[in-house]
Design a protein around this ligand. Structure first.
Ligand SMILES: NCCC[C@H](NC(=O)CCC(=O)O)C(=O)O
Ligand SMILES: NC(=O)OP(=O)(O)O
Length: 319
């Protein structure tokens, strides 16, 4: 594997999940693979899980790790070409990227949608410049339109907990005070469609995701109806994708919060969320703390998804 930004980069999902379970059972079995290799993790946005789980995965593989928070201690980066740089940004991304490439073997990038230009976000302008100009393998730690390390961890978790071959997985929008990216729901949809589950998306009118991510999923506007018979409930907020509301909050309807009453409509479903989660907006305290909540095992599997991806990138460097 050279770069990892979407579900296609991982290839066959059964093989990937089998490899994940093998890595999980034997985390230190590949500790020579990363010897004298350096990972640079670059964050344009905050993170708890991605930062710690990816660093841990790299350490399991014997890598050295450097972490740079671009907004804390680095020069502010201009990302637009052609700008007269007489403002508050002393350095351009087009120098910064190849310079960073000089100091490492693999680069992980977190760069959320900026909601300034839908085209720039959906062309993945920032991470694609890293792929083009760094000279290094690049993997997404949540980019503008996808969060593949999260979706891979979600897939591993569902495979571990499912009791039928093709479970019903329902992704539900839930209210949130801020405008959040579509990356997590887009990516989850992409991976669930690829896994071939019975996959349903439910959200209020106006929150339709990009058709290329919805794919063959069933879209049901009645949340209660969507939840009927669900084996897994995956909650997430996202801001509107459709014009003219791109990147806007158009509903904070708390009747969409996942509560015990909502979960009672399901087939005793497991509850999932990528975290961080705002309690009693997205999900009630009792549901997230309850016996069917998978949020902690899901977060634990972030180490495993990151380790499989780094392992495959390191194997690619050996060829
Ligand atoms: N990496 C997981 C989610 C990251 C991000 N959430 C956030 O920014 C939450 C911020 C807040 O709750 O204020 C998102 O939705 O894409
Ligand atoms: N789920 C997730 O990516 O969490 P962080 O934003 O804390 O990395």
């Amino acid at each position: 594997m050279r770069n990892f930004t979407n579900v296609h980069d991982i290839g066959d999902l059964r093989t990937a999940v089998a490899e994940a379970l093998e890595v999980k059972a034997n985390r230190f079995g590949y500790k020579n693979l990363g010897e004298n290799k350096t990972l640079l993790m670059l964050f344009f946005n905050s993170s708890l899980r991605t930062r710690l789980s990816t660093q841990k995965a790299a350490m399991n593989l014997g890598m050295n790790v450097m972490v740079l928070d671009v907004n804390q201690g680095a020069w502010k980066l201009e990302t637009e070409r052609g700008v007269i740089m007489d403002g508050d940004k002393p350095e351009h991304l087009l120098e910064a990227i190849p310079v960073m490439g000089c100091y490492c073997d693999v680069i992980g990038v977190r760069s959320f949608a900026r909601f300034e230009s839908k085209a720039d976000d959906y062309e993945e302008k920032i991470i694609n410049q890293f792929i083009r100009y760094s000279g290094r393998p690049v993997f997404s730690m949540e980019a503008a339109t996808r969060h593949p390390l999260q979706s891979f961890a979600d897939l591993i978790t569902i495979e571990e907990y499912k009791t039928v071959e093709r479970p019903k997985v329902v992704m539900t929008w839930a209210p949130h005070p801020k405008a959040l990216p579509q990356a997590v729901p887009n990516s989850f949809a992409e991976w669930m469609n690829a896994a071939g589950y019975d996959f349903v998306i439910t959200h209020p009118h106006g929150y339709e995701l990009a058709p290329e991510f919805v794919g063959n999923a069933k879209v049901e506007y009645d949340q209660d109806k969507a939840l009927e018979g669900a084996d897994f409930v995956y909650a997430k907020n996202w801001s509107a994708y459709m014009d003219p509301n791109y990147g806007k909050v158009i509903s904070t309807d708390r009747s969409w919060t996942v509560t015990a009453e909502k979960m009672a409509l399901t087939n005793n479903a497991y509850f999932m969320h990528c975290l961080p989660v705002r309690r009693n907006m997205i999900v009630s305290d009792d549901v997230i703390e309850g016996p069917r909540s998978l949020v902690i095992p899901e977060a634990a599997n972030r180490e495993i998804s990151a380790q499989v991806v780094l392992k495959r990138i390191l194997e690619g460097l050996q060829k």
